[in-house]
Design a protein around this ligand. Structure first.
Ligand code: AHR
Length: 490
């Protein structure tokens, strides 16, 4: 099969906000404890952070990390995770029905993020708490005033404020299982008051209002329009979430990124319709601050009443990696409106990086498309014209065999093409025409491929790893069901 990509330097989607390569650290399962933090591990640093995990995270050049939840935040008292560690309360936490030792809180996380070279997107609890506690947290993190919470941070050893810029007004507040779940009106009102309070304390912060938890919410759309209408003048982002699972054939699974694209378009339309109704000159963007494929994990029947239980420890197949690769391409191709996206999550629970207790760390198949997108998907997303055949599924009348994005990085004079061949049995002979860029030389072709779509990585065997391919002089070979990164310099 043949395919063609034409891209012209002058036809661009947008400059990419690097924060679309963000991730997520929730207090769930072994993400924090036995994940990023394990003081007794041989690789632990002076604060108990695992260096081997930090090394993987540094490789990813992680731009932003959402914290501390997720469902967890909806019953969380942020004060519990600050100050002298021996005095912190050990509590039952209701979101994941675990024991929370509070040995990691915002004090530690901001230090972890600093060591990882990342920034934090901090969520406030709007499930069991409200505007005042959220404003106190802003004061604690960001202010230098001679006031109670700012002074408390200094007493806890942090004279310099944490300067946290991006904040979430709760998490999935319309979600069925959310603690303190609200109607759209009730949430809209509390989110508005909280936003005002937080911005009075620090007018430089940016806020994300909690939109749809997923596209199949019973009140999907109405929820978003209502909460946007309440909060529009005070927010910068609509936060939306989506996980995709394989619940049919591979062909159908491979079509999920088209649904993602449609979901983003609808979310943008909802933001823009409230903009029009309110006659606002501000544009609200999308923070897709939880996304992933769900894998084979179970977030219902998990162990209860434990510290750091094994929750959601999915093992990801090669086929999952292709879907993740296509979702990243989708975010790049919507970079005019998606400014933040967080792969949920980073370590152990539905995660690209795995950490064994007191043992080694390793990466899942999905790590690789994420790594390369984050490293080489920076710059300006060009608007590619794609010519290729398509197939049909029960739900989609036209699924192109190839999904692709083209990123121009003027600073380092490169153009990077990310391309996935969806076909289960045919290779693609790809021609790429780059216009307006001068003489381009193809200098790198990296491929992720396995004959068997079900292949997984394990601590013993990194069965799926990227391979360097010879650079083609004319047609580029995209193997059947493969992910590819093709780079040009000029
Ligand atoms: O990432 C796991 C959970 O999925 C999060 O806590 C919640 O926000 C989402 O539904």
């Amino acid at each position: 099969m043949k395919a063609k990509i034409i891209a012209n330097k002058n036809f661009c989607i947008s400059e990419i906000d690097n924060r679309i390569y963000g991730s997520f650290l929730e207090h769930i399962g072994r993400v924090i404890y036995e994940g990023i933090y394990e003081p007794s591990h041989p690789c632990a640093d002076d604060m108990g952070f695992r260096q081997d995990i930090l090394d993987f995270v540094k490789k990813l050049a992680l731009p932003i990390v959402r914290y501390p939840g997720g469902n967890f935040v909806s019953a969380y008292n942020w004060e519990d995770g600050t100050g002298e560690k021996t005095k912190r309360p050990r509590k039952f936490e209701s979101a994941w029905q675990s024991i929370e030792t509070n040995q990691v809180g915002i004090d530690e996380l901001q230090e972890w993020a600093r060591r990882a070279g990342s920034e934090i997107m901090l969520a406030v609890n709007l499930g069991t708490r409200g505007p005042q506690e959220a404003q106190n947290l802003v004061e604690y993190c960001n202010l230098e005033t001679d006031t109670y919470y700012a002074n408390l941070r200094c007493q806890n050893g942090f004279k310099e404020p944490f300067h946290i810029k991006t904040w979430c007004l709760g998490n999935e507040m319309g979600g069925l299982g959310q603690i303190g779940r609200k109607t759209a009106d009730d949430y809209g009102k509390i989110a508005l008051e909280t936003a005002k309070h937080m911005k009075r304390a620090d007018p430089t912060i940016e806020l994300a209002v909690s939109g749809s938890s997923h596209v199949n919410m019973p009140n999907y759309g109405k929820w978003d329009l209502t909460v946007l209408d309440y909060t529009y003048p005070f927010i910068e982002y609509l936060s939306i979430h989506q996980y995709y699972g394989k619940n049919g054939s591979t062909e159908e699974y491979f079509a999920k990124p088209l649904e993602l694209s449609e979901y983003i378009r609808s979310a943008v339309a909802m933001c823009d319709s409230i903009k029009a109704i309110q006659k606002s000159d501000k544009t609200v963007h999308i923070a897709f601050d939880e996304w992933n494929v769900w894998g084979n994990s179970d977030l219902i029947n998990f162990p209860k009443g434990q510290v750091a239980p094994h929750i959601g420890e999915a093992s990801y197949t090669f086929e999952d990696a292709l879907v993740v690769g296509m979702m990243l391409i989708t975010f790049q191709n919507h970079s005019d409106r998606v400014k933040i996206a967080c792969l949920a999550q980073l370590v152990n629970a539905i995660a690209p990086i795995m950490a064994e207790k007191n043992g080694k760390s390793w990466v899942q198949t999905i790590f690789y498309p994420y790594l390369y997108a984050s490293l080489y998907g920076r710059g300006t997303a060009m608007r590619p014209v794609i010519e290729c055949d398509s197939y049909k599924t029960r739900e989609h009348s036209c699924v192109p065999y190839m999904e692709a994005s083209v990123i121009h990085d003027e600073a380092v004079k490169t153009v990077t093409v990310f391309a996935v061949n969806r076909s289960l049995d045919e290779d693609i002979g790809l021609t790429i025409e780059l216009e307006g860029i001068g003489n381009c030389e193809l200098f790198e072709h990296i491929e992720l491929f396995s004959d068997n779509l079900s292949t997984v990585n394990s601590p013993e065997n990194q069965a799926v790893t990227p391979q360097n391919r010879e650079c083609a002089s004319s047609e580029i070979l995209l193997k059947k069901h493969s992910w590819n990164m093709i780079r040009y310099r000029y």
